[in-house]
Design a protein around this ligand. Structure first.
Ligand code: THU
Length: 160
């Protein structure tokens, strides 16, 4: 038996003002689309903004459904839209933010496992890291330099 350690690292920004201008812009795009999310059941709105190469921005919000599992998270709404509309453009970064109707969310909210797996597909496909930035409604922002830093041992096409 052999034991191996898996290590990863994140960077933490104090607030949105501390982000580089391009990322601050991306997070503001995520905030704008978040506020239009369709989340009547959870009342937890999520926004995701993606920067593609050539500075194309695509955004998405969570879309809920009365048949609950039929809804979709913001991150997958956005990444699938990018994959559909711009299949040949590389994904450089994604910014994610949330807003709850019940409290002000001050801690960074990471993308769920299914969204990490979905984003990982594009990172592996393009063989170039996708920077992920996520926050609550206000406060600190966490940055991962690559999606795979958030999903060690990801399932990928090489297993098939
Ligand atoms: N949600 C997202 O949009 N992204 C995530 O990564 C986690 C959760 C949405 C799904 C649902 O509409 C609401 O947040 C509450 O789970």
């Amino acid at each position: 038996m052999e034991e191996r350690k898996i290590t990863t690292s994140i960077q933490i920004f104090e607030n949105i003002e501390e982000l580089p201008p391009q990322v601050k812009f991306l997070m503001k795009e995520a905030q704008a689309i978040r506020d239009q999310a369709y989340a009547p059941y959870s009342k937890f709105k999520v926004g995701a903004a993606i920067q593609l190469e050539d500075d194309i921005i695509v955004t998405g919000s969570n879309q809920e459904n009365a048949a609950y599992p039929s809804g979709l998270c913001a991150e997958r709404t956005a990444i699938f839209y990018a994959g559909s509309q711009y299949p040949n453009k590389k994904v450089k970064a994604m910014a994610i933010c949330v807003k709850s109707s019940s409290k002000v969310v001050t801690k960074p909210i990471a993308p769920c496992g299914a969204c990490r797996q979905a984003i990982a597909e594009y990172e592996v496909k393009q063989d170039q890291p996708i920077e992920i930035y996520f926050m609550g409604e206000e406060g600190k922002i966490i940055k991962a330099k690559a999606l795979l830093d958030l999903l060690p041992l990801a399932f990928d096409a090489s297993f098939l």
